[in-house]
Design a protein around this ligand. Structure first.
Ligand code: FES
Ligand SMILES: [Fe+2]
Length: 423
């Protein structure tokens, strides 16, 4: 990838082309549980390179404001969350959830010009989302299936990834790596084991991809031999600008990710499991809370994984030899993150030599780049309209002469009312 395109894609701070594009969508900011109660302690969050402060005001509204006081730049993290606003501890200026300065004790007349940045917030799927773009362009709330299910049908986690968002997200789009780094994990993991899908995946390692450009992003069709008269298709969705939907295994829950830049060197990897048809069972919840499936265990009191770059992700060379862990690292999330972080905080794209299996990420890069540059001349970004977000991922056995694209148009594009297709 050439330098200009790479720089455009990886930089997401204020004023950058990609940063402007991402700011046109609702952005997952933090877990609702991090600001659970009215007047709870505020939480520092950095998103798209901006240092911000999240809190819940006395009326119970989630709020996201500039971290720093407009007076002399003190962090409002050290302020008091009281009576519908944050009061700076230094000289007592107070800001409400809209960023308005509502009190300047020493000079009440100065209030009007002391306001700070604030972003509107909504809560969906246990996540506080903010809209960080131009005020007159605020889209309708996200309508991905997992965003609007009853609370007990969805499990959401986030983990810190110490790399640029792009190389993290590309792992979600590049499904060809599953046959390697995750090869043994699928047999042990409670959210994958014992499914017919694994028989097909193992019997046919030579997956053939067909990729379809969509108004919302990309659909990836991965073909393996199924029964003598059928193919097993794994159908993955990529949605602008940072969502992936993963095909399910057997009767296990559906899943997806969101990859959100913190700054250019770190991102949040959000991981979601959901059941459209029923609440998650106690057993499923126990596994999810224990960091199974696409989730992970943490360093206590943080969202940094317990297996991280400072301990070489707890690599176990014996497990590598014994074929219990392909790379020696355990867990889907850390298998991916270890390799993606090993590229460096921002992969040097001038040195990569892409292969045919990289076609999907090449297309995703190109679409993001085109959307970001088109926005500079005022062309609205793709898939802002929530109507375009109702797609589903699936695993399906289809007759060998059936085109999966035609099947997907009928069964997955407005997937919400459909049965779950999973093998
Ligand atoms: S720095 Fe915040 S009130 Fe003075
Ligand atoms: Fe992976």
């Amino acid at each position: 990838m050439d330098k200009n395109m790479s720089e455009t894609l990886v930089r997401t701070g204020p004023g950058t082309a990609m940063g402007n594009l991402m700011r046109r969508y609702w952005v997952p900011i933090l877990l609702v549980s991090e600001i659970a109660e009215p007047d709870c302690p505020p939480v520092r969050v950095q998103i798209l390179g901006e240092k911000l402060l999240a809190f819940r005001d006395s009326d119970g509204n989630a709020a996201l404001i500039d971290e720093f006081c407009s007076h002399r730049g003190v962090s409002l993290y050290f302020g008091r969350n009281e009576e519908n606003g944050i009061r700076c501890s230094y000289h007592g200026l107070k800001f409400d959830r809209n960023g308005n300065c509502v009190e300047v004790p020493s000079a009440p007349q100065a209030c009007n010009h002391m306001s700070i940045t604030a972003y509107p917030c909504i809560e969906r799927a246990g996540i506080v989302w903010a809209y960080m773009g131009p005020k007159d362009k605020q889209p309708t709330p996200p309508d991905l299936e997992w965003c609007n299910l009853p609370a007990d049908h969805v499990f959401v986690s986030k983990r810190l990834q110490e790399s640029n968002y792009l190389q993290a997200m590309e792992g979600g789009i590049d499904t060809s790596h599953v046959s390697y780094v995750h090869r043994y994990e699928v047999d042990e993991d409670p959210m994958h084991q014992g499914t017919k899908a694994l028989d097909y995946i193992k019997a046919d390692g030579n997956v053939i991809f067909e990729i379809e450009k969509q108004p919302f992003g990309l659909t990836l069709f991965g073909r393996r031999n199924g029964e003598p008269d059928s193919y097993y298709w794994r159908i993955t969705q990529y949605l602008f600008p940072w969502y992936t939907l993963i095909p399910p295994f057997g009767d296990h829950s559906l899943a997806g990710h969101v990859w959100v830049p913190i700054d250019d060197h770190t991102c949040w990897a959000w991981s979601i499991n959901f059941r459209p048809d029923r609440p998650l069972s106690e057993e499923e919840m126990n596994d999810l809370n224990a960091g199974k499936g696409i989730h992970c265990e943490y360093e206590p009191g943080t969202f940094r994984p317990r297996a991280n770059k400072d301990n070489d992700y707890l690599i176990d060379r014996q497990a590598q030899k014994d074929k219990r862990a392909y790379s020696g690292v355990f867990g889907f999330a850390m298998q991916d993150a270890s390799l993606q972080e090993s590229m460096g905080p921002i992969q040097d794209h001038s040195k990569e030599k892409l292969l045919p299996t990289d076609r999907a990420i090449v297309m995703a890069r190109r679409m993001l780049y085109e959307a970001a540059t088109a926005l500079q001349v005022d062309t609205d970004p793709p898939a802002i309209d929530a109507d375009q977000q109702r797609v589903r991922a699936a695993g399906a056995l289809l007759p060998r002469d059936q085109k999966p694209q035609e099947w997907a148009v009928i069964h997955l594009l407005d997937g919400k009312g459909q049965p779950i297709y999973s093998i």
